[in-house]
Design a protein around this ligand. Sequence first.
Ligand SMILES: CC(=O)N[C@H]1[C@@H](OP(=O)(O)OP(=O)(O)OC[C@H]2O[C@@H](n3ccc(=O)[nH]c3=O)[C@H](O)[C@@H]2O)O[C@H](CO)[C@@H](O)[C@@H]1O
Length: 343
Amino acid sequence: MKKIKVVVAGGGTGGHYYPALAVLKELKKKNDLEILYFVTDGRIEEKKLPKDIPDANIIKINMKGLIRPIYNPKNIQRLFHAYKKYIEIKDEIKKFSPDFGFLTGGYICGPVGYSLKKLNIPFYVHEQNSIMGITNKRLSKWAKKIFTSFYFKEFIQTGNPVRISDHDIKRENLKKYGIENISNKILLVFGGSLGSNKVDDIMYEVYKKSSINTKFIHITENDNKFKNFKNVFCFKYIDELYEIISVCDGIVSRAGATSIAEIKFYDQKAILIPWSGASENHQYYNALELQKNGKAIIIDEKKPNIEDILNFINKINIKNINYTWHTKKDVSTNEIINNIDEI
Ligand SMILES: CC(=O)N[C@H]1[C@@H](OP(=O)(O)OP(=O)(O)OC[C@H]2O[C@@H](n3ccc(=O)[nH]c3=O)[C@H](O)[C@@H]2O)O[C@H](CO)[C@@H](O)[C@@H]1O
């Protein structure tokens, strides 16, 4: 096995962290991989990485992103702090001496990417969204290659890496989440990796009118709100969400790029509720392609049409109780790996 040393950053939210995880897990299969991962203190990658890749070297960085709009005076302090972190990060990377860097977005990638550039270490960036984020825009000037999920004229469109199960998944698996009758229609509802009060509010109205025979697995911190609905099964967070995405009948979600990639990969139908606060409205543009293919409808979170949601749910077909998702390789993950020159 080839010895490879990689510096990684990507996180703050699941949408940035999970693509990095998918690539690292695949890389580990065929290489003797040594990882140095810079995680943001208190964010998803700090919590999940020790379990997801127990032998990764982890360095916790305490920093915050810039406040939007960008001209907020507090940002001067934040930039100064980011500069101090950059010095610390650069020292650590120099000691580690990696072959390359792999960055998947989130503000922590700023100082990590800048350090890699200063040390003349090649690095690669993956952009998940249809509109490039501010940190990645900056890094794109220095990166060896930029990989994207959506089409950009100047970059390599690899698609968005998704986490896959190493085994087939049976619909029966849904019983694990409290659903006894898997011949019912079963939908998964979630609001990205951070949850969404707005999605919760909209779905509350849907649940009031939906059939008791339609079951919902709903990821939320507001589980109390739904306690009177016997057909709604609440969970705070489910690590292996793809175990549900792959075998349920449909999805209701925000339009984060990684969620959309999973919806596509697992060939699902979806009701997408883009977060209107996303920079340059990127969630709406992420959602457009799926809508064009007839696989999704887009719901405006500011004027949600509950009837449209109910109609879409009504039209969704129920999978056979013996349905099995046959696991397959993720093309996007492999495209990225094939495009990294140092491997
Ligand atoms: C608020 C915010 O900053 N949103 C951004 C963030 O979203 P966010 O982190 O919500 O990202 P996505 O919707 O793209 O992905 C969510 C990920 O979390 C996973 N998941 C979710 C819930 C759960 O219980 N278990 C679980 O594993 C999903 O399977 C998916 O892999 O990154 C995305 C990708 O750059 C962007 O498009 C979003 O605009």
